[in-house]
Ligand binder design. Structure first.
Ligand code: 4NP
Length: 148
């Protein structure tokens, strides 16, 4: 299974989702490939926001070596599932899709709910971490059943 986590900047939410999902998959001995990207280009090459690094570290996950990159059309072919954090991410990724098979790979990480952007609110990083973790657990379970 190859999963790409997507947000706007690839410095706050999707690096957490990448780190958490990789951690969960590794713990279950799954040989899954997990990566993340941003729809925007502002932060290319940067490491995750220090607040994301800190909250992940508090949960025993090191995301500090990650480097932001921008989502590209080639990602549709490189990944099985593209999990986006909010509706703007969804629209931005869907706009780049060229066919139905690419469109079918795109989903919100959380069905009918968004992962709020914590960039302008320090207090959001802890609840955003918990929300992403909870939903990575269910996405992993869902994809494992599908894969049987
Ligand atoms: P992210 O958060 O999409 O979770 O990485 C953001 C990071 C930076 C900006 C917006 C959201 N920004 O506008 O620079």
């Amino acid at each position: 299974m190859k999963i790409l986590m997507v947000c706007l900047g690839n410095i706050c939410r999707s690096p957490l989702a990448e780190g958490i999902m990789r951690h969960l998959a590794d713990a279950q001995g799954l040989n899954w490939q997990v990566d993340s990207a941003g729809t925007g280009n502002y932060h290319i090459g940067k490491k995750p926001d220090h607040r994301s690094i800190k909250v992940a570290k508090a949960h025993g996950i090191d995301i500090s070596a990650q480097q932001a990159r921008q989502f590209s059309v080639a990602d549709f072919d490189s990944f099985d599932v593209i999990a986006v954090m909010d509706e703007q991410n969804y629209r931005d990724v869907m706009r780049l899709a060229e066919n139905d098979s690419q469109r079918e790979k795109v989903r919100l990480l959380i069905k009918n709910e968004i992962v709020p952007d914590p960039y302008y609110d320090d207090a959001l990083f802890a609840p955003v971490y918990d929300l992403i973790e909870k939903n990575c657990v269910s996405l992993l379970a869902e994809l494992k059943t599908q894969n049987r």
